[in-house]
Design a binder for this molecule. Sequence first.
Ligand SMILES: [Zn+2]
Length: 283
Amino acid sequence: MLTGALLAVIALAGLITIARLSTDSVGDQTPTGQQTPLTDTVPAVQLPGTAAPAQANPAPMEDPLLSAGTVTRQDCQLPAWSDNPNYVKVFVLVALGCLNNAWQPVLTGLHVPFEPAQVELTGDVTTMDCGRPPERNSFYCDGTIFLVPESYLGTSAGPASIPAAAVSMLAHEYGHHLQHLAGTLAESTTRITAAGRRSAAGLELARRVELQAQCLSGMFMGAAFDPPSIELARQDNFLRGDSAGADPDHGTPQNFGTWFMTGVTRNVLQECDTWTASPEAVR
Ligand SMILES: [Zn+2]
């Protein structure tokens, strides 16, 4: 019989890319149908003197990420996937290290001050730090990624996609961290609040934020993993996005997957310009 400690050693010694991970995790959670509500701590204030009717041509988003920057090709070696929460925590922390390593030089090259993101892996999100009620979806808040297992264990792409879903979701939330560092997360939250969070203009801007995060996720995934891993992530991402009846704030599954794959295949920041993309591309 192997002890738990010995199993841990074996798991960590067996460093392989997520493509080769099979998983015996239970996949009996129902798909969430959507993920990752945009969350950032921005006070709900309006600009002085503006009752702010929705503008036909709002000011362009000043985004230092819109550049020729690319993520350098690298191998992100992750420990074996397990449904043991302690192993998953190691898995996620190693993946986060890959993300920090991948993006730090890109931001430095853009003269955007870099700070690593933190991650909390929890199925019991009760934080009110962002003024939100407890969530069952993963989300980003002010430097910290809250990764909720239910949101990747329930992938509609099937159990084999769970590790890839977890990593691409982490990379999506990291995309919000990059937006946070770039200043566009706070700016877009201000604009969404001014337009009305559930207004057509507010929802469209929310989708532009989310879909840029999808593209940034794809840039990392494409640079860090092998094609079989990316294929599993692709399948998962085309099954996320807005579910029927929900506020359309993440994009259709088609657009959600398409922007992810734009990042994978192009790996250039300016190709992730969802701010000026056509309304159809951010539906
Ligand atoms: Zn998001």
